[in-house]
Design a protein around this ligand. Structure first.
Ligand code: BGP
Length: 496
């Protein structure tokens, strides 16, 4: 008798196309520092302090802040903010960092343009010339080193003032303020930049409503917070779509992407109810890329709004604008996989804590309890490509760790192993048909952690001598993974 055919999981050898955009990723608010230099205004990121999560189902996640916190930030007081504001001093050291990236052979670098460098309060009609000049220097320096910019327009960096006299993105006016900012970016930097992204991890609006949308909880007393956040999200969807349309008018040939946190969830068990819960959890995550790829809300969301009695103001022309401003590629961050949990009422909402699901007994975790799952990256690439049939771009991946500098370097074999396994799975997904534009590991030079506001949660191939209080020389040191990644790029993924 012939044995049953073994499930063929596809290719067994990873492959990468010529011109694959190997690189790294940064965000202005987490690396530049110089938070009050060059005319820059305070952004919500400058007012973000880490608050231990009290309730894992709390919609607002680690970055719940009150109006009092915001007032303290405006007064430049408060503790725990300074590491965030200091970054790794990229504002002054970007040329040195680009030299290190060129040494590794980077073909791309993802950065963000801080809205408050160009428009300190967001309401100015003309941009701040010093801010405009900084990003000209940065993008020109990248082009001189043949490093392709991948630019995020909003990486938690909207003006803090919108959280004082306005209700953040709950206010419709922010759509036009954002479009004025985007227009200046396209007009000034379209000469350097082909790959654009609008909102970083737009799905995190429920997890980090303050940093993602400037929502301050106590401004919505008496309102349903979830309904208010959906209204803010609608405004961001409209802004993202109109920005894509504007880009096509101003920068022919440029590409606009959506940026999603891929929060891959496995079912708790093979029980059909658990399978349905995982389906729902993953479908909620795909909402954000579905809307920007397809240009419309899925029926299930309208049904959910109706069931919950939510009213979201959709202005005349919004749905047409969303349909017109769809994206050219799908970018996403991937750090871990999770397990959907089901309480007796159905599904526990995975809100703030990316690890608020159940533990996966088959996976190791990082020091910050993020579940390490390289095959989950292959799973996500295959699933996303099957879903959208658009080019994909992995714009964040990596492992935060308490690296120790010894004899001028860091023996980060754990990071090499993490990347080796994830890069192999990327190559297998590509060999299996997924079209992937590039791979930009997060925090390629050590920067401040978004969720913990710490420097000590390090991701880089390059160590930065700065501690959680922002003390140190800020000098750079190549870690062991620096030369390993240089060889990976030099062999286009051949030598892992
Ligand atoms: C993503 C953010 C990045 C970065 C990354 C690592 O959610 O897009 O800004 O912060 O997470 O997370 P953390 O910095 O919290 O370790």
């Amino acid at each position: 008798t012939t044995s049953a055919p073994v499930l063929d999981l596809g290719p067994t050898a990873p492959s990468f196309p010529p011109g694959f955009l190997w690189g790294g990723a940064l965000a202005g608010n987490q690396c530049e520092g110089a938070w009050d230099v060059g005319g820059k205004g305070l952004s919500v990121a400058d007012a973000t302090t880490y608050k231990p999560r009290l309730d894992p189902t709390d919609y607002q996640g680690a970055h719940t802040v009150t109006t009092a916190d915001v007032q303290a930030a405006l007064a430049h007081e408060g503790t725990g903010m300074y590491p965030k504001r200091r970054g790794n001093d990229f504002y002054h050291r970007y040329a040195e960092d680009l030299d290190l990236m060129q040494e590794m052979g980077f073909r791309s670098l993802r950065v963000s343009i801080q809205w408050t460098r160009l428009f300190p309060t967001g309401e100015e009609l003309e941009p701040n010339a010093e801010g405009v000049a900084f990003y000209h220097r940065l993008f020109a320096a990248m082009r001189e080193r043949d490093i392709e910019p991948v630019v995020t327009l909003h990486h938690y960096e909207q003006p803090l003032t919108f959280s004082i006299d306005r209700k953040g993105w709950h206010e419709r006016a922010l759509v036009d303020h954002f479009l004025r900012f985007a227009r200046v970016c396209f007009e000034e930097y379209g000469q350097y930049v082909t790959y654009w992204l609008t909102f970083n991890e737009i799905d995190s609006i429920f997890r980090h409503s303050f940093t993602t949308a400037g929502i301050v909880l106590d401004q919505f007393a008496g309102m349903d917070t979830e309904e208010a956040v959906y209204q803010a999200l609608h405004h961001q969807f409209v802004a993202a779509a109109k920005t894509a349309t504007l880009m096509r008018e101003l920068v022919p040939g440029a590409q606009m992407g959506v940026m999603l946190t891929r929060t891959l969830h496995y079912a708790m068990t093979c029980h059909p109810d658990d399978a349905l819960v995982a389906l729902r959890t993953n479908r909620e995550n795909f909402l954000y890329s579905d809307v920007q790829v397809r240009g419309e809300y899925p029926t299930w969301l309208h049904e959910e709004w109706a069931r919950k009695g939510f009213h979201v103001d959709i202005a005349d022309g919004d749905l047409e604008a969303m349909k017109d401003g769809t994206v050219d590629y799908v970018s996403f961050s991937y750090y871990m996989s999770m397990v959907s949990t089901r309480d007796d009422t159905g599904m526990q909402k995975v809100s703030g804590n990316l690890t608020s699901g159940a533990k996966n007994p088959y996976l190791d975790v990082t020091e910050w309890n993020w579940q390490i799952d390289p095959k989950g990256l292959r799973y996500s690439l295959t699933e996303l490509y099957d879903r959208y049939q658009l080019p994909l771009f992995i714009v964040e991946n990596g492992v935060g760790a308490r690296d120790v500098l010894e004899d001028g370097t860091v023996q980060d074999d754990y990071r090499i192993e993490y990347f080796r396994q994830h890069i192999e799975q990327i190559g297998l997904a590509i060999a299996d048909g997924a079209q992937v534009l590039g791979y930009t590991p997060w925090g390629c030079v050590d920067i401040v952690s978004m969720s913990t506001c710490q420097m000590s949660k390090r991701y880089g191939f390059v160590y930065v001598d700065a501690d959680d209080e922002g003390n140190g020389t800020f000098d750079r040191f190549r870690k062991k993974s620096f030369d390993w990644y240089r060889r990976v790029i030099a062999t286009n993924g051949g030598d892992l």
